[in-house]
Design a protein around this ligand. Structure first.
Ligand code: SF4
Length: 203
């Protein structure tokens, strides 16, 4: 029998009670809601100090509000302070996407989510970050466990990419007609994505 919140596979974990899930876009939240609501009373926490520019942040937040309103799911909104993200990743800014830079970005967002979960009396916290095929689920889960250890708030370590979770999020997003972003979120990933697309176009 797994411990509450522990399973590390694609299915919803053995758990019950209330779960606060970090979200930074509606597309990835679709599959998180579908899989996790089976066993948890779920709320989302939209927190994205990494998202650049502010217009992009507002667009993602608006889609998240539309989704949660229609689904009748609680949506909590964090503060938008890009300088917090800048400080958190500063020593690793020169590293590429997927590196320690991203781990520290995950840590900032997960720490804040665990704090909010405790403040609002949720039993555990989780993330939608494992949905995307551009994210290393192992790194996300490792970071979540570290935040659990330091905060004492249980982390639900489900890998939502498994069992074709990413493909399911694409399908659901099309049904909803969601805006789908072209880059992860920060200014660095925006430039990196642009450079990738230019290279492909020139190849
Ligand atoms: S690429 Fe994504 S995860 Fe990495 S630092 Fe930028 S916003 Fe954060």
């Amino acid at each position: 029998m797994p411990e509450p919140g522990r399973n590390n596979h694609g299915a919803a974990p053995a758990g019950s009670g209330s779960l606060l899930v970090h979200a930074c876009c509606a597309p990835c939240s679709t599959v998180a809601l579908e899989r996790l609501r089976v066993q948890w009373r779920l709320g989302f926490f939209f927190y994205g100090p990494n998202i650049h520019p502010a217009a992009e942040y507002r667009q993602r937040l608006e889609e998240m509000r539309r989704f949660c309103n229609a689904e009748g799911v609680q949506l909590l909104e964090g503060e938008y302070r890009p300088a917090d993200w800048g400080r958190a990743i500063l020593p690793w800014r020169h590293l590429p996407e997927g590196s320690r830079r991203c781990q520290e970005c995950f840590r900032l967002r997960l720490r804040r989510t665990a704090e909010e979960a405790r403040r609002r009396n949720f039993d555990a916290f989780g993330v939608t970050l494992t949905v995307s095929r551009h994210k290393n689920s192992r790194l996300v889960i490792e970071t979540g466990r570290q935040v659990e250890a330091e905060s004492g708030v249980p982390f639900v370590d489900v890998d939502l990419k498994k069992q074709a979770g990413f493909e399911r999020s694409l399908q659901l997003s099309r049904q909803w007609g969601f805006y789908r972003q072209q880059y992860c979120g920060c200014s660095l990933s925006r430039s990196e994505g642009l450079a990738r697309r230019r290279r492909r176009a020139g190849a």
